[in-house]
Design a protein around this ligand. Structure first.
Ligand code: PEP
Ligand code: MN
Length: 355
């Protein structure tokens, strides 16, 4: 299905990359909301965010101030002229937010993962014309993300954009939510004129990662950034570790290098040709490797051996990891590559054995 899209740009907001949305994870008190908003506005921020209904992983956490926070957001709009936004997860949230004059909405990651909830929101938005930003679902499922966009678009919302906030995984390492950049990149390929806004706060989960993730998003040509900012981040009632003061936000934004999107100079196309050639060689070599793996499969079948020989598998991963490191790559990255290659070898050997 083709989406029918219109620009999400709001009047008076400059049409340049990156479009910036900033504000606290949660509205906590009127003072916190107003103080943060005024400082952000002084830094030139035009679009304000604050969650008032907060989906928390476990009960007992701070679940947001609810409708009591809406008048504070209205006050932000009145005092600073910023556009105001909040997260909606139910039809009731939509009605309350619209009644309070919220300028644009976002759908949270947990909600996008649930088609019933998305449909309910879409139905509540019928006849409304405001920008809606759809966060990626918590699980790395591009079709589910696109499905949510289609539901909301079918309800008549044309001013649509997405927020890339990373994907949750069981083993958290550096990131709170893995960026899996290839997913928003594929989304861009599928729906080229859909604005993509990166949420480095929720991807990184740590202040230090906001700047590098924002730069990566800009280098990938994403349109905007949504960054959590709080007047006193250490004391925030939710997501304290990933929020920055408006001052720090301003510092981060000023350091960003915004490169032009199309730089197809001669030297760049030369380099791209070389990349094409490298990829070609990788595919040739992989296909050779798979041929050999199938031969091994035949051998194992004839000798009644199991396909998976754990010792050999671990040996490959360790050896390739350190070889990769010697060649200037991250050994964890090389291990991941070989895990994927090994998985495909096993699949091919299974075919042989089951023939
Ligand atoms: C948020 O934006 O504060 C939030 C709850 O985000 P997510 O839905 O990405 O977890
Ligand atoms: Mn948050």
């Amino acid at each position: 299905m083709e989406l029918e899209l219109e620009s999400i740009l709001l009047p008076g907001v400059e049409d340049k990359r990156p479009m910036i949305i900033a504000g606290p994870c949660s509205a906590e008190t009127e003072e916190q909301v107003m103080s943060t908003a005024k400082q952000l506005s002084e830094k030139g921020i035009k679009m304000f965010r604050a969650g008032i209904w907060k989906p928390r992983t476990k009960p007992g956490g701070f679940e947001g101030v609810g409708v009591d926070g809406l008048p504070w957001l209205k006050e932000v709009k009145k005092e600073t002229g910023m556009y105001i936004s909040t997260e909606v997860a139910t039809a009731k949230h939509v009605y309350e937010a619209l009644k309070a004059g919220i300028d644009f909405l976002w759908v949270g990651a947990r909600t996008t993962a649930n088609p019933f909830a998305v449909q309910e929101i879409a139905d509540a938005l019928k006849g409304v014309d405001i920008p809606v930003l759809v966060k990626n679902p918590v699980n790395p499922d591009l079709e589910l993300w696109i499905g949510a966009l289609e539901r909301i678009n079918n309800a008549g919302i044309k001013r649509l954009g997405v927020i890339h906030r990373g994907f949750s995984s069981y083993d958290k390492k550096i990131y709170r939510n893995l960026p899996q950049w290839h997913i928003p990149i594929e989304l861009r390929r599928r729906i080229p004129n859909l604005p993509i806004i990166c949420d480095p706060s929720h991807i990184g989960g740590k202040r230090e990662l906001i700047a590098p993730l924002s730069q990566q998003a800009m280098d990938l040509g994403f349109n905007g950034l949504i960054i959590e900012s709080h007047c006193n981040p250490d004391c925030a009632w939710s997501d304290a570790e990933q929020q920055v003061t408006p001052d720090v936000l301003d510092y981060i934004l000023n350091l960003l290098v915004i490169r032009k999107e199309t730089q197809t100079t001669e030297s760049l196309s030369q380099l791209r040709k070389q990349i094409d050639e490298c990829d070609n060689n990788i595919i040739q070599e992989l296909s050779k490797r798979m041929r050999i793996a199938r031969e091994i499969g035949t051998f194992k079948k004839e000798h009644d051996m199991t396909i998976l020989q754990t010792g050999r598998y671990n040996e490959i991963l360790e050896k390739r990891g350190s070889q990769g490191a010697l060649c200037g790559m991250d050994s964890e990255f090389i291990k991941k590559v070989f895990e994927a290659i090994h998985e495909e070898s096993v699949r091919q050997q299974m075919e042989i054995i089951n023939k």
